[in-house]
Design a protein around this ligand. Structure first.
Ligand SMILES: *Cc1c(COP(=O)(O)O)cnc(C)c1O
Length: 403
């Protein structure tokens, strides 16, 4: 990016380098403002956003309903204590359990916390009803978060040696291999935990027969079946929850990302049968805090009212069709995903390059691996946005060829 000497952006970047702890390679831009499908940086440059804050900004950037809900709640009550009920907490728990078919909701701020909660609930279940069983089976290439326990649950080969010693009690098995899962079950297993479409792992969906098999194994041994729908939930895959595609219900469901539309919020839902925590065993300062609850309620109501899950299904199909057409002229392969959680493969090494060219051209796309592009735009995306996106992507492929 060409910037004038001493621009505001350069000053900010210098301060960032000096004072922000390095945990990610970030491009030399500073985001300043968002509206709908677009973000603007401090140079006033506009970006069409097909990253959506990593499947978070489901209603687009700074949606009116979220602004209103937050300012209304902020002027009423920002925080009491998670030791007291508050009105939005009760209202949101009721709405969320109602639409998900679950009975009970626990709220937190990040996906990792919701999964920690699910892991603790599974171990509690094991301790009380399964002779102390504590092992949880998860999938290779899954992703469950970045706390110590959720990193241990995550089946990412690159993380294997990190931050030793790992939290004990997780076994990873390959996706869609029922025999491998069966073989991993012992007297010590209390739960199976998985994503229905692996998000970070590359947008790989589980098969229907496989999921049916997992449900049966869990029922047979009295183990919990935990669906991590932090990325797939809240309309992302074309249904409100991805498990609706399969018609198979979990015992525990975790939600995050899109649930707050950008406000930090996550949830763990379960059935009345597994309402097992004693006071003090699970909680947190911000669990069920009024602002987050008001945000979650407003986002869910908007998702339902506008049927954004249905919209995601239709737009996802349109996007897939566009990518198929583009793949006739460019090296795009293995187009996959559900709703607006999509990915495709590109030649090794070019994913990162493509994302960088698109950034220059004013389009945000995500390359989770150097040979892959993932698309997770806000659920409000229109066919026109998709046409614009495909146009820029085509130009990026053309530039890639001439470089
Ligand atoms: C993002 C993600 C998480 C972790 O959520 P955080 O809010 O980053 O803690 C867990 N599971 C899945 C499937 C995710 O996509």
């Amino acid at each position: 990016m060409i910037q004038t000497e001493n621009s505001i952006t350069n000053d900010l970047l210098a301060v960032a380098e000096k004072s922000v702890l390095f945990t990610a390679r970030r491009p030399d831009i500073v985001m300043e403002r968002g509206e709908g499908m677009f973000l603007w940086d401090t140079e006033g440059k506009r970006y069409l956003d097909f990253v959506g804050g990593w499947a978070v900004t489901s209603l687009g950037h700074s949606p009116a309903v979220l602004q209103e809900a937050l300012s209304r709640q902020a002027s009423t009550l920002v925080h009491a204590s998670s030791g007291y009920y508050n009105k939005p907490m009760i209202e949101f728990a009721s709405l969320l359990t109602g639409v998900s078919g679950m009975d009970k909701a626990f709220f937190a701020s990040s996906g990792a916390e919701a999964n920690e909660s699910a892991i603790k609930l599974a171990r509690k279940h094991g301790a009380v009803y399964m002779n102390g069983a504590y092992e949880i089976i998860t999938l290779a290439n899954g992703f469950h978060g970045r706390t110590l326990a959720t990193m241990s649950a995550t089946g990412k080969p690159q993380w294997k040696e990190l931050f030793a010693p790992k939290v004990d009690g997780f076994k990873h098995v390959p996706i869609n291999d029922l025999d491998a899962c069966f073989a991993a079950v012992t007297n010590n297993t209390c739960a199976i935990m998985l994503e229905l479409v692996q998000g970070e792992g590359g947008v790989n969906a589980v098969d229907e027969a496989y999921l049916y098999g997992l449900r049966k194994i869990c029922d047979m041994y009295g183990m919990l079946l935990i669906f991590d729908e932090i990325q797939t939930g809240m309309g992302r895959t074309g249904k409100l929850f991805a498990y609706e595609h399969y018609g198979i219900n979990p015992d525990v469901l975790t939600l995050g990302k899109g649930i707050g539309g950008g406000f930090p919020l996550s949830a763990m839902l379960t059935t009345a049968k597994y309402d097992l925590f004693e006071p003090g065993e699970q909680g947190g300062t911000y669990c069920g805090a009024p602002l987050a609850m008001a945000a979650g309620y407003a986002v869910l109501q908007e998702l339902l009212e506008r049927n954004l899950a249905g919209h995601a299904e239709v737009q996802g199909q349109y996007l897939i069709n566009g990518l198929r057409k583009l793949s006739l002229g460019f090296p795009i392969s293995n187009i996959r995903g559900k709703g607006l959680l999509l990915a495709f493969d590109v030649p090794e090494g070019t994913g990162t390059e493509l994302a960088a060219i698109c950034l220059r051209e004013g389009l945000l796309i995500n390359s989770p691996h150097p040979a892959m592009i993932r698309l997770v735009p806000p659920l409000i995306v229109t066919t026109r946005d998709i046409d614009d996106m495909l146009h820029i992507l085509r130009r990026a492929f053309e530039q890639l060829n001439t470089q």
